[in-house]
Design a protein around this ligand. Structure first.
Ligand code: NA7
Length: 537
């Protein structure tokens, strides 16, 4: 039997939890469908050793409720996966939203019914739901990427992807472990795996920059201080470009005198976290500025690596920060251990995976466990998998030409897909901000919009093509004025074989974005078209 709701939400991570809460608060009926057995989104699945958030824990949470904020205390500066998952369970319980959620349920298809003006959704269990509004909270990094290496399935040992890690701990003791990938997941997991494993082989394609996490346990006094300063911090988070309580930097790298510049970089290095990344305004726009910071970080790597034969191979050459900045704990130090071997894939590419391990162009590496830290089909991967069909049965896949021409309006709506909203969708600020802050802005905007539609008795809302084209062009122009588009990364889609290159994040900052979204509303939902219920004679 088909179940009917005002709104269906897909996903029960940060987005889905808050969206469900807001919809209920506004009196809408809602069902939230989640493929996992519990809340958490990416934090439910990414349980790999060392998994940790790279935003300061005290800001990587909901800020809409002072009461909720003050009821929770983070134990460390950067929270591990398990603590974030506990937090999300705490938040979902406090907000009392789990009763509106259905777990172990994957959305397989969503179709717009023009006549009835409703969405029909089918799940993997064959259940049918209908709703006036469909809201995606599927996240930006939720479809794992395991490259299609020849012989991938022939390996006789254990293999895992960092993004879909098993719930029972993996035993590395006495094992030969190969880790493919040195993005955030690889850099976080390699030192932890190396503590147990007999031998570790790191298969590195691109050397990375990384800044120390400098994680530490909070004191009672610090926790009390965060809570006391919450309202002040929240104000800055809502008006800053990053969604963190860090105002826009006024310093240029090149224009800052050398001694002062070095002092700033040293201070950021010593303090750890994302401070360096936010210390200057022109790191990702001026190649000269970028090179000064990049070289500072290369010097740090040179100082840390004690094996002279691998130092050069670990030095990154892309523009710092144009791949997602990485924070580490003992990453470089781990290479100094005798049982850790760097395999440079630029010199000896992987040819195939064999029954026994990994075969490069040089030799076979016999392994007991392979860890794929090979990332995600980010931004669009999960949305395209959902098989969403809008007006005239056109699928999102067709509309976006399999990802070749992704266009949205504000990363919130898509022309041809009425009453469909995306939380942190492509072309919103999303992953280039503190994500929970970006999520809250989207959830509140969508919730206000649905209330407006109800008040106006509007049947549908949908962006018009002109607004969509204008927004997409603007996103591309901003991206092209930076160094981001000059680097291969998951931001550009170039990490996925066959995925067209683009740049699917609005880079103008969360502060400007928030203002644009507010102005759209003030101007009567400018760029959106609404249809109204027919007035019966
Ligand atoms: P990332 O950052 O996409 O890193 C994936 C890593 O896997 C990266 O080092 C890639 O090298 C490597 N990779 C991908 N495909 C291959 C193939 N075919 N051969 C060899 N190496 C490969 O994913 P993460 O999970 O680490 O991090 C994702 C985000 O999660 C992170 O940014 C945080 O926001 C949290 P490449 O650099 O492409 O040469």
């Amino acid at each position: 039997m088909t179940q009917q709701f005002d709104a269906l939400v897909i996903g029960a991570g940060f987005s889905g939890i808050y969206m469900t809460y807001k919809l209920r608060e506004q009196g809408f009926t809602v069902k939230t469908l989640e493929k996992a057995a519990g809340v958490g989104g990416v934090w439910y699945f990414a349980r790999y050793p060392g998994a940790r958030c790279d935003s300061d824990s005290v800001y990587y949470n909901y800020i809409f409720s002072e009461e909720l904020y003050k009821k929770w205390s983070w134990s460390t500066r950067f929270a591990g996966q398990d603590e974030i998952l506990s937090y999300l369970n705490f938040a979902a319980d406090e907000l009392d939203v789990k009763k509106y959620m259905q777990f172990n349920t994957e959305v397989k298809k969503a179709e717009w019914d023009e006549e009835e003006a409703i969405w029909s959704v089918t799940t993997d269990g064959g259940e049918e739901f209908t709703a006036t509004y469909l809201i995606s909270g599927v996240g930006c990094l939720s479809t794992s990427n395991i490259p299609n290496f020849e012989g991938r399935d022939s390996f006789k040992g254990e293999s895992y992807h960092t993004g879909t890690w098993p719930h029972t701990p993996v035993d590395f003791k006495g094992k030969r472990v190969g880790v493919i990938g040195t993005g955030s997941s690889g850099v976080q997991s390699i030192p932890v795996i190396a503590q147990e494993a007999k031998e570790v082989y790191v298969f590195q394609r691109t050397p990375q920059y990384s800044v120390p996490t400098r994680n530490r346990v909070f004191t009672e006094e610090e926790i009390a201080q965060f809570k006391a300063e919450f309202l002040e911090a929240r104000e800055i988070m809502k008006t800053s470009p990053s969604g963190l309580p860090i105002p826009r930097s006024s310093k240029s790298v090149v224009d800052t005198p050398e001694a002062e510049r070095n002092a700033i970089m040293e201070d950021a290095w010593e303090k750890g976290g994302m401070i360096l990344n936010n210390a200057f305004y022109d790191i990702v726009t001026n190649p000269e500025s970028n090179e000064l910071v990049s070289e500072f970080l290369r010097t740090k790597i040179r100082e840390k690596i004690k094996k002279p034969d691998i130092v050069e191979q670990l030095l990154p050459y892309y523009y710092y920060s144009t791949k997602r900045p990485i924070l580490d704990t003992n990453y470089w130090e781990t290479y100094n251990e005798d049982h850790v071997t760097l395999v440079n894939l630029r010199e000896q590419p992987i040819v195939r995976i064999t029954e026994n391990g990994i075969q490069t162009s040089e030799q076979e590496y016999p392994l007991d466990i392979i860890v794929f830290a090979t990332g995600y089909d980010a931004m669009t991967g999960t949305l395209l998998k959902l098989d969403i069909r809008g007006r005239d049965g056109i699928s999102l896949k067709d509309k976006w030409a399999d990802g070749a021409k992704v266009e949205t309006y504000l990363g919130l709506g898509i022309a041809g897909f009425p009453n469909f909203f995306t939380i942190t969708g492509p072309q919103s600020p999303s992953v280039l901000t503190n994500v929970p802050t970006a999520i809250e802005q989207h959830v509140e905007w969508i919730s206000d919009c649905l209330v407006h539609l109800r008040e106006q008795k509007a049947r549908t809302i949908e962006p018009n093509r002109e607004a969509e084209e204008r927004w997409s062009k603007q996103c591309t122009e901003i991206a092209n004025s930076t160094l981001f588009t000059k680097t291969d990364s998951w931001y550009t889609g170039s990490n996925i074989e066959g995925k067209p290159r683009g740049f699917l994040i609005y880079l103008g900052g969360l502060d400007n974005y928030r203002q644009i979204c507010n102005e759209v509303v003030e101007n009567g939902y400018q760029g959106f078209e609404m249809q109204f219920e027919e007035v019966k004679a």
